[in-house]
Design a binder for this molecule. Structure first.
Ligand SMILES: NC(=O)c1ccc[n+]([C@@H]2O[C@H](COP(=O)([O-])OP(=O)(O)OC[C@H]3O[C@@H](n4cnc5c(N)ncnc54)[C@H](OP(=O)(O)O)[C@@H]3O)[C@@H](O)[C@H]2O)c1
Length: 292
């Protein structure tokens, strides 16, 4: 099965690429946009006529996994056109490509399609995004659903894990702990989510593909924590003392984009179909790290 992973230079895409490549029955091609890696080729889905989009000419995907989006939530809020292009237009163009190859489409989405009034959310609950990023992710989801192609929409939130750039929240904390620098953080206690290891997203994706599943699936661990608790779990694990951790509220932070406060995702549907699957939690991930 030929799998094209768009955004393989990132956290989720990189883990999906690495995980699927272990299996002989997958031939995986990953792409990047601005951050070139050894394992990926340049491909710009915002403009299918981009002259540099040559590396995929000989690759005929059976599955396209779209992990690319403009993910800086506050930046999206006042760069609406750029957010639209990177998140919605890229999806529309990749759906065109999927149609040409009769490929299944996998869209990686978010709990930001909800308003955060009644999370953690199941798939049946009503979407109602409250920021530009969330609205554009929902618009992209709707394009996928309307495409009439076989599809999977995997909603995730608060992703951590190993990645080339080590830029996710947990990875950055681990880097700071390793370097011994003083950590000063003011974090909201009222933004809740269900953090997930990107490797679990990859494992769940493989199961869904192998079993020919379609539709919307929420993926999330049993951790339901706020930003403060997440940082505290990491710092506590390594008994890190060089730290000033302060509590605040989302309102006090005055972030440009409104945040869904009671966010997070319930993976009941996925787990009822795959009862043998176990989502790891943040402590499992930390126990694989030796430093500190
Ligand atoms: N991280 C989270 O907590 C989280 C939570 C919920 C949902 N998600 C969703 O999960 C997906 C992957 O997120 P991530 O955390 O892995 O992000 P990431 O680490 O920032 O990676 C994004 C990847 O997409 C590429 N990319 C960006 N815009 C693109 C575009 N318009 N077309 C094609 N590729 C593009 C980037 O390429 P270059 O870096 O090479 O430019 C990078 O490889 C996104 O769709 C995001 O909305 C993430």
């Amino acid at each position: 099965m030929n799998v094209l992973i768009v955004g393989a230079s990132g956290l989720v895409g990189g883990n999906c690429q690495q995980y699927l490549r272990q299996f002989e029955h997958y031939t995986v091609q990953g792409t990047h946009l601005s951050f070139s890696t050894e394992d990926s080729v340049y491909f710009n889905p915002c403009d299918l006529m981009d002259e540099r989009n040559t590396a995929l000419e000989s690759f005929s995907p059976d599955v396209i996994v779209h992990c690319g989006a403009l993910t800086f939530v506050d930046y999206c809020e006042d760069h609406i056109a750029e957010s639209y292009q990177k998140t919605v237009t890229s999806t529309a163009n990749l759906l065109t490509l999927a149609r040409q190859h009769n490929a299944k489409f996998v869209y990686i989405s978010t709990d930001y399609v909800f308003d955060g009034k009644s999370g953690p959310y199941s798939e049946e609950q009503t979407v109602n995004p409250i920021c530009v990023y969330g609205a554009h992710k929902l618009e992209a989801e709707n394009l996928v659903i309307a495409s009439e192609l076989p599809y999977l929409i995997l909603r995730i939130t608060n992703v951590y894990g190993d990645e080339a750039r080590g830029k996710n929240f947990v990875a950055r904390l681990l880097k700071q702990i390793e370097s011994g620098e003083e950590i000063k953080l003011t974090l909201p206690y009222d933004q809740y989510a269900t953090p997930i290891n990107a490797l679990d997203v990859a494992k769940a994706l493989a199961l869904l593909l192998e079993n020919g599943k379609q539709g919307i699936y929420h993926l999330g661990s049993t951790d339901y924590v706020n930003r403060f608790q997440l940082a505290d779990r990491v710092l506590h694990k390594f008994k890190y003392k060089q730290v000033q951790l302060s509590l605040t509220t989302t309102a006090a932070l005055a972030q440009l984009a409104p945040r869904p406060l009671n966010g997070g995702l319930l993976a009941h549907k996925f787990l009822s179909e795959f009862p043998g699957f176990r989502f790891s939690n943040i402590d499992d991930y930390l126990s694989t790290k030796t430093h500190a």
